[in-house]
Design a protein around this ligand. Structure first.
Ligand code: FMN
Length: 221
């Protein structure tokens, strides 16, 4: 039986928030977008935002069709944004053909959004190994047995594969990273910071890379 929610979905256009928490000025932004990103991420973590490292990653598929999904940021090293996945997944195949991506972080409790665009490259094998080896055993087994993004007949199929792998290991935790799983790093050329403000007069500062230098520009909300 379908239970009707006690609010009227037709009224969602009337849901409105006024954003009053913070301001983004040229002075508090500074000149280095990576430093500003790390500051905002630290503030999101300190504010106990749920899943502060979750981002929407968009990649480009066949016929230039965009495709988006959530992944977790696992590092920001040398100004690049790292995440891990199955290289044979839908996103992995798309990145292989068109190595471009866009990331969006939404820290709604802080009324903030960060948009990042750039080029994506695979991490080196030792870098992927290092992160793979740091994962809990169950996650490592999951990465091995799940043919991410493939059609499967039922949930049972992967549960059986998981159990078989657990049995095969017989309590050992010595598992090697499979070739088909590893990390990517997005090298940004655009990073935009959005801070919600009152009356929809939001702050937007965009940094774009020009001949190796970050140019900071204010955009209309
Ligand atoms: C909160 C959250 C975190 C996720 N983190 C990852 C991740 O780090 N890596 C990953 O491959 N998928 C992650 N996923 C699953 C992806 O959203 C997606 O279902 C999966 O990667 C397959 O995407 P694809 O078919 O476009 O390749 C996450 C999903 C959610 C909701």
């Amino acid at each position: 039986m379908l239970i009707a929610p006690n609010w009227n979905i037709m009224n969602i256009s009337e849901i409105r928030n006024n954003y009053l928490l913070h301001q983004l000025t040229e002075e508090n932004a500074g000149a280095d977008p990576i430093a500003l990103f790390l500051k905002w991420l630290a503030e999101a973590i300190d504010s106990q935002v749920p899943e502060p490292t979750a981002l929407v990653l968009s990649t480009v598929g066949e016929n230039c069709k965009p495709s988006s999904r959530v992944v977790l940021l696992k590092g920001c090293e040398e100004g690049e944004f790292r995440f891990f996945t199955n290289y044979q997944s839908s996103k992995g195949r798309q990145i292989e053909k068109r190595p471009f991506g866009s990331m969006v972080f939404h820290w709604k409790e802080l009324e903030r959004q960060v948009r990042i665009e750039g080029t994506i490259n695979k991490l080196s094998s030792p870098e992927s190994d290092e992160y793979f080896d740091s994962r809990p055993i169950e996650s490592r087994i999951g990465a091995i047995v799940s043919p991410q993004s493939e059609v499967i007949e039922s949930r049972d199929v992967i549960e059986r594969m998981f159990e078989m792998k657990v049995k095969e290991l017989g309590g050992s935790e010595l598992i090697q990273r499979p070739e088909h799983w590893g990390g990517y790093a997005l090298k940004p050329d655009i990073i935009e910071f959005w801070q919600g403000r009152a009356s929809r007069m939001h702050d937007r500062l965009r940094f774009r890379l020009d001949s190796g230098q970050w140019i900071r520009e204010r955009l209309a909300p």
